[in-house]
Design a protein around this ligand. Sequence first.
Ligand code: FEO
Length: 161
Amino acid sequence: MISAKMQAAINAQINAEMWSAYLYLAMSNDAAHKGLKGVSHWFRKQYDEEMVHAFKFASYLQSQMAKVELKPIAKVDTEWSNVVKMFEQTIAHEKKVTSLIVALCDQAAKEKDYATSNMLQWYVNEQIEEEETAQGILDALNMIGDDKAAFYMFDKELGTR
Ligand code: FEO
């Protein structure tokens, strides 16, 4: 069994993961609207990943006989002026998610909840990857600058994810 406080904290994180999914789905839709098929595909895949993160937390709660509570998902932006802005927001958001995961780790440590600490290690590693990937894409975009041919190749490359 996990504490009521931990159950509430994990339920809040499920909501945060679903909000992330919603954010990336909105970016995918906006990219599709702008004719950027590869970028749209990349964010659609990112949506899938966030839903996996949410479901993993839900499965964990269920394995601990704890209740999953789905809360309303807050509104997200629906339009970005360019792809750089999308990835800047992605990185900022992933850093925020990392801090939420760290707060959950702190709570688990405080409660000596070793099962939850162990489960959270997967997310700690996942966040390293999430931040690194988004930063790598933003670095590539900054190198591309105004080069239309390079941007075309970049969009194609993201479509292979
Ligand atoms: Fe679920 Fe992108 O963090």
